[in-house]
Design a protein around this ligand. Structure first.
Ligand code: DAH
Length: 347
């Protein structure tokens, strides 16, 4: 019977077509051609009414068989194409290849030291205070016992904005601001940027300081000495020796500078037979200035005469240079990633 023979030739022909179809799009084209509404199967079945009624059931059954067979052939081919695609992807993906390195940020050594120092003083009960970088003359100089004609003003080359407004030259004005805002007792540290008209190998126009201030009745030089010794040993190690050398600051009386035994040569003054570069052979390095708050400063902030206090100021970059053995101040400001990356992971 022609119609059944025509039906039965469909599957083998589809098989040949499928063997050439290598994409899902080609597969779809074949599906439309063979099984679509106006496809080859549909056209053959369009002739069914022409058959004698007795022959129709056999033809109908043959049509169903062919349809099922064609669907199977499509499914098998589709699975093969998809598997091939995956294999293609796999051949381009090498799981053993080293991954792309990704850069992890790290804190700047200045920030690390600032955090560490403030953390140590917070542990001793100090609060954190702050003040503006653009400051008025009165807080930066005058209230700190440096009247306009005071020679100490020449020691600091100041960046003036107007005659009475300037970039603060130290963090000491935060002492004044804190005392004006708070009654004693108080203990604060104030980290921040300071500015001076200075630029050479060992000076930058901006650097960081941390100011300290403790005020109460009965605060003495012994408190100052004990506090700063504890601080120094926390930063530089328990074996570090500390010495207080008389000095002068207008806002403290008496005043001192604090030296520590050189962390490069261990205080010996030499490395092998060479004089130590860091302490220049002396075995000591200066790390901060301090003293007992001058009564003139208390007067400027209207504190009662019964209180006493100590203050100190330190350079953050200087501490970082000593702590990490950094030989050149410019490293802090050049943003060289090779330098900065060495302080990652809480170095
Ligand atoms: N302000 C001083 C400076 O910038 C540092 C300093 C010295 C601060 C002694 C103090 C202090 O509080 O008591 O050079």
């Amino acid at each position: 019977m022609d119609l059944i023979a025509a039906l039965e030739s469909l599957a083998p022909e589809l098989e040949k077509g499928l063997a050439r179809a290598s994409t899902l799009d080609a597969l779809e084209e074949l599906r439309v051609e063979f099984l679509g509404r106006k496809g080859r199967l549909a056209r053959i079945m369009g002739e069914l009414p022409a058959l004698a009624p007795a022959e129709r059931p056999a033809a109908g059954q043959a049509a169903n068989r062919v349809k099922t067979r064609c669907n199977e052939l499509f499914a098998v081919r589709k699975a093969a194409i998809e598997a091939g695609r995956e294999a293609g992807l796999l051949s381009r993906f090498d799981p053993s290849m080293p991954g792309r390195a990704f850069w992890r940020g790290s804190l700047h050594p200045t920030t690390l030291v600032m955090n560490e120092v403030c953390g140590i003083f917070q542990g001793l009960g100090f609060d954190i205070a702050s003040g503006p970088e653009v400051e008025i003359d009165h807080y930066n100089f005058e209230a700190l016992n440096m009247p306009p004609e005071h020679p100490a003003r020449d020691m600091q080359d100041t960046l003036y904005i107007t005659e009475s407004v300037l970039m603060r030259t130290h963090t000491s004005p935060v002492q004044v601001r804190t005392m004006l805002a708070t009654r004693p007792p108080l203990a604060v540290v104030a980290p921040g940027k300071v500015y001076r008209r200075d630029s050479d190998l060992t000076h930058t126009p901006m650097f960081h300081q941390i100011e300290g201030l403790m005020v109460d009745e009965g605060i003495s030089m012994a408190h100052l000495r004990g506090t700063l010794t504890a601080f120094v040993r926390a930063v530089f190690g328990a074996d570090t020796r500390v010495r207080f050398r008389p000095s002068f600051f207008p806002f403290t009386e008496p005043s001192a500078e604090v030296d520590i035994s050189c962390c490069m040569c261990g205080g010996k003054g030499h490395v092998g037979s060479e004089p130590c570069r860091v302490c220049k052979g002396t075995g000591w390095v200066e790390i901060l200035g301090c003293g007992m708050v001058d009564p003139a400063v208390f007067e400027a902030v209207d504190y009662p005469p019964e209180v006493s206090g100590f203050a100190f100021g330190l350079g953050v970059e200087r501490i970082a240079m000593l702590k990490y053995g950094i030989g050149d101040l410019r490293m802090f400001f050049e943003n060289d990633v090779r330098f900065l990356a060495q302080f990652g992971q809480g170095a």
